[in-house]
Design a protein around this ligand. Structure first.
Ligand code: XIL
Length: 378
């Protein structure tokens, strides 16, 4: 797992030219025993998403790596409605229980993701006997879901992404089943219910593209309104599925400031950096987006050239510089997965590619990007 001191000095010297060798050596030693979570312990929590595969296989090596490097965990899939509660009376607790127990064993911040979302839900959630379900029945389904799920992990799950992706870019509320059947009040009902069940859990609204000033303002507006009317909301999660040339640091910064000013904590919840070419100049994380595979869109199937590794490291460095600058507003920075091989970005939005979006490579080794992030605390 750990790099030799010589290797580290070489890599650190390449990726962070100003870092003196002496400093690099001291840090290499420190990093052999500790991880990113320790380096950042006075700044914010450092998190990762735990995959279903890791939980299913009880992958000891991956779990040990996560325990060493991270102080917060997110469930990549196992707590989504369609997974944990695939039918009205059927709950699948095996992976969620394992996930939560792992977090408890290591005294981690444990996220619940997510209660209200339009994706990864059972096919018939919005249906009743072949037609659209009534508002009352859907509200009842939501209530049962929240009471059972939040209730089971009361006092164990630290924070919930109560609502995920309810805003559709510049168009206002997303016209999902939730919106169409219940209306925008769905959000506050979910926040109230979650709070009623576990009064100590932190409750977050989570979304992608929150660098987009109009989308961010729409979110800040309902956050202010919630705060004014006593709807329990404690944080906004900025997913931060980033690329090499988007989002602009200034836009991310403006949104961090906006949410903090609205009176909530900021969580960076799903950070990754997509280095592959884009099919279109959009940056959606809407999970149903698909483009056809082409070799030209998959330029590095056998490994990332060193020059690109360095560019990726620079990009991670500028993102973490920003987060550190606003560490008084930010509670947690979570990457969406640990090693490149397990990232959803290998198949999103184009299936079958080899992507390099995270801090650990396919051999679970620290990448130049990792060292760039570590060196900011050197
Ligand atoms: C992704 C998972 O990483 C994939 O494994 C799954 O197939 C689709 O969902 N925004 C979110 C996450 O809030 O839940 C999504 O996770 C990525 C986008």
């Amino acid at each position: 797992m750990s790099l030799s001191r010589r290797d580290f000095c070489l890599r650190a010297a390449v990726s962070v030219p100003l870092l003196s060798l002496l400093k690099a050596r001291a840090m290499a030693q420190a990093l052999q025993e500790t991880g990113l979570k320790d380096l950042y312990k006075h700044d914010f929590l450092i998190g990762t998403a735990v995959s279903n595969r890791t939980l299913q296989q009880k992958d000891e090596a991956m779990l040990a790596l996560i325990a060493k490097e991270f102080s917060a965990i997110s469930p990549e899939n196992c707590l989504k409605w369609g997974e944990v509660h695939p039918d009205t009376d059927r709950w699948q607790w095996e992976l969620p229980d394992r996930y939560v127990q792992f977090g408890l064993d290591h005294k981690m911040f444990i996220l619940g993701h997510t209660l209200v979302w339009h994706s990864q839900i059972p096919r018939n959630l919005f249906m009743e006997a072949g037609s659209a379900v009534s508002r009352d029945i859907l509200l009842k389904r939501l209530e049962d879901h929240i009471r059972t799920l939040v209730g089971r992990f009361k006092g164990k799950i630290t924070a919930w992404d109560v609502v995920n992706e309810a805003v559709d870019e510049d168009k206002g509320w997303r016209k999902s089943g939730w919106f169409n059947i219940i209306g925008p009040e769905c959000l506050e009902k979910a926040f109230h219910l979650a709070h009623e069940v576990d009064g100590k859990a932190q409750l977050l609204y989570n979304d992608y593209n929150l660098h987009n000033p109009k989308k961010a303002e729409f979110v800040a507006e309902f956050v202010r309104d919630f705060k004014k009317r006593g709807v329990p909301i404690h944080g906004v999660g900025m997913q931060c599925h980033e690329g090499m040339d988007y989002s602009k640091i200034e836009e991310l910064e403006a949104s961090i400031l906006l949410f903090a000013k609205a009176g909530v904590r900021v969580h960076i919840t799903e950070l990754d950096v997509d280095i592959l070419p884009r099919k279109e100049q959009t940056s959606t994380a809407e999970v149903s987006t698909r483009y056809e595979y082409a070799d030209t869109l998959n330029p590095w199937p056998k490994g990332l050239p060193e020059e690109m590794e360095k560019k990726l490291a620079k990009r991670y460095e500028e993102l973490f510089r920003l987060f550190l600058k606003h560490r008084d507003k930010i509670d947690r920075v979570t990457t969406w997965g640990t090693s490149d091989d397990e990232s959803w970005k290998n198949s999103f939005p184009i299936p079958g590619r080899t992507n390099y979006p995270l801090l650990f490579d396919r051999q679970k080794q620290r990448k130049a990007a990792y060292y760039a992030v570590a060196a900011l605390k050197g």
